[in-house]
Write a protein that binds this ligand. Structure first.
Ligand SMILES: NC(=O)c1ccc[n+]([C@@H]2O[C@H](COP(=O)([O-])OP(=O)(O)OC[C@H]3O[C@@H](n4cnc5c(N)ncnc54)[C@H](O)[C@@H]3O)[C@@H](O)[C@H]2O)c1
Length: 252
């Protein structure tokens, strides 16, 4: 998909230093957007930016901790300073591949609080930080949740609860932000092959495949259509929605 539907637009992709976030950043740039790649992992973000530059796109790497209000505000200011506007926020950063899956009664207070700070508070902080730059001219926010919310996937209750929270946040923000021409939607990927997911599951290449209506492993590219739909005018009258992209492993 290389149609230049986003020329002149500025996007922030959090967690763009690898995995899905990198694929999202590359796809937005390929569609003509200027992309700020924000990640705790600056080296990863810089690699993404180099990949965009190699394809003739424009991007900026930023070291950001989405759980830190000051860091997130600096991110928004840096992007606005560089390109004069912010049109899109892709809330993708999360603690994911490093999670040690365990029963809910063994998750420590610290594990719960740290994960919530990044995976649930982070997207709210990012939305709050970009709002001043979207309130006059409108914008789009795309939150990355997870199909684990629908399946109630066991052994990472904090992760699943945070992803459910993202769906609630999507709806609440959409309701409030509509008056400002800001649309807020979410994508719920199924188990997708990334470095992080390969760390989590041993038989990753076959995991869940038989449960799908479409029986093959999910790749990062499978999510790009949904991202560009929510990022583009094609979805101008769609807000507050969550689209499950998982090859029909579950129906919502
Ligand atoms: N891969 C899957 O199967 C899958 C399925 C459903 C949902 N998801 C979601 O998709 C997103 C990306 O997943 P992925 O597989 O690419 O994993 P990933 O670990 O490669 O991506 C997460 C990114 O977020 C960054 N990050 C972590 N904490 C941060 C912080 N405090 N501030 C800024 N950046 C931070 C990491 O450095 C990393 O680059 C996550 O939200 C994940 O929950 C993934």
């Amino acid at each position: 998909m290389s149609e230049k539907i986003l020329v002149g637009q500025v996007a922030i992709v959090t967690g763009g230093g690898g995995g899905l976030g990198r694929a999202f950043a590359l796809a937005l740039a390929e569609s003509g957007a200027k992309v700020a790649v924000a990640d705790l992992n600056l080296a990863g973000a810089s690699t993404t930016v180099a990949g965009i530059a190699a394809r003739g796109g424009e991007a900026l790497a930023l070291e950001v901790d989405v759980a830190d209000a000051g860091s997130v505000e600096q991110m928004a200011l840096a992007v606005a300073e560089r390109w004069g506007r912010i049109d899109m926020l892709i809330n993708n950063a999360a603690i994911y591949g490093s999670i040690v899956r365990k029963p809910f009664f063994e998750i420590t207070l610290e594990e719960w609080d740290t994960l919530m700070a990044v995976n649930l508070k982070g997207p709210w902080l990012c939305a709050r930080a970009v709002f001043p730059f979207m309130r006059e001219s409108g914008g789009r926010i795309v939150n990355i949740t997870s199909a684990t919310f629908y399946s109630g996937s066991p052994l990472w209750a904090h992760y699943v609860a945070a992803k459910g929270g993202i769906i609630g946040l999507t709806r609440a923000l959409a309701r409030e932000a509509g008056d400002y021409g800001i649309r807020v939607n979410a994508i719920a990927p199924g188990f997708t092959l990334t470095e992080a997911s390969l760390r989590l599951i041993e038989d990753a290449a076959t995991y869940g495949v038989n449960r799908g209506a479409i029986k093959r492993a999910q790749q990062t590219d499978d999510l790009i259509g949904a991202l560009l739909f929510f990022a583009s005018p094609a979805s101008d009258f769609v807000t507050g929605q969550t689209l499950v992209v998982d090859g029909g492993r579950q129906f919502n």
